[in-house]
Design a protein around this ligand. Structure first.
Ligand code: ATP
Length: 201
C-alpha cells in the first residue's frame, strides 16, 4: 500500500504553502478543500444538491455555492452543518479515492484542514503531518490574506481544534514560525524523510 500522509493545521498555519512545496518536490497532493471548491462551482454536483436541499438563496447568481452565506448559516446551527456535511463528505470521499487511484508518485499527501475535528480518513492515512505556528502568526497571516476582522478570525480559530489537540495527533510536525525560506528548508527535510519511509514501505 502506498504511503499516504495527512497534512493538517489551523487556519493560516501554512498548510497550502507546505502542500505546494511538497508537490513541487514530486509528491502527489490531494487537497480536500480544493475538491470541495470544485464540487460547489457552478453546475457541479455539490452546488446543485445544496440548492435543492437548502434553497437557491444559498447559491450565487452563477450557480456556485455562496460560501459566505453558508458559513454564517452553519456556524451556529449544528443540524444545518450536519446536513451540509452529509451532502459534501461522500462526494469528497469519492473524489479522494479516485485521486488516490491515479497517484503515481513516491508518496501521497492528503490535505485535510479539519482532520482532528472530524476524525476523517483514519483508515486511509499512515501518518499525520501537522503544520504548527503561534496564534499570533495565524492571526497576522489570515488578516493580511483575507482582510477579515480580528473577531471573525478569532471565532474561526475557536471553532477549530486547539494546538495541543492537533499536536497530540501528529507523527511529524513542521513549525512555521519563521520566514518562508525556513519553511521551505524544513519541508524539504520532511520530504526526504517521507522518501526514505516510502522506500521501506
Ligand atoms: P487556510 O487554512 O486558511 O487555507 P493555510 O494553513 O493553507 O490556510 P497558507 O495559505 O499556506 O495557510 O498560508 C496563509 C498565508 O500566510 C498565505 O498568504 C501564505 O503565503 C502566508 N505564509 C505562510 N507561511 C508563511 C511564512 N513562514 N512567512 C510568511 N508568510 C507565510
Amino acid at each position: 500500500m502506498p504511503l499516504v500522509i495527512a497534512l493538517t493545521g489551523g487556519i493560516g498555519s501554512g498548510k497550502s504553502t507546505v502542500a505546494d512545496i511538497l508537490a513541487e518536490l514530486g509528491a502527489d497532493v490531494i487537497d480536500t478543500d480544493a475538491i470541495a471548491h470544485r464540487l460547489t462551482a457552478p453546475g457541479e454536483a455539490g452546488a446543485v444538491e445544496i440548492g435543492r436541499q437548502f434553497g437557491s438563496e444559498f447559491l450565487r447568481a452563477d450557480g456556485a455555492l455562496d460560501r459566505e452565506r453558508m458559513r454564517e448559516h452553519v456556524f451556529s446551527d449544528t443540524t444545518a452543518r450536519k446536513k451540509l456535511e452529509a451532502i459534501l463528505h461522500p462526494m469528497i470521499r469519492t473524489a479522494v479515492d479516485a485521486a488516490m487511484e491515479a497517484a503515481c508518485g513516491s508518496y501521497t499527501v492528503l490535505v485535510v484542514p479539519l482532520l482532528v475535528e472530524t476524525g476523517a480518513y483514519q483508515g486511509l492515512v499512515k501518518r499525520t503531518l501537522v503544520v504548527d505556528c503561534s496564534e499570533t502568526a495565524q492571526m497576522e497571516r489570515v488578516r493580511e490574506r483575507n482582510r477579515l476582522p480580528e473577531e471573525t478570525i478569532r471565532n474561526i480559530m475557536a471553532s477549530q481544534a486547539n494546538r495541543a489537540a492537533r499536536l497530540a495527533r501528529a507523527d511529524d510536525v513542521i513549525v512555521n514560525d519563521g520566514d518562508l525560506a525556513t519553511l521551505r528548508n524544513r519541508t524539504l527535510e520532511i520530504h526526504r524523510h517521507y522518501l526514505r519511509l516510502a522506500e521501506k514501505a
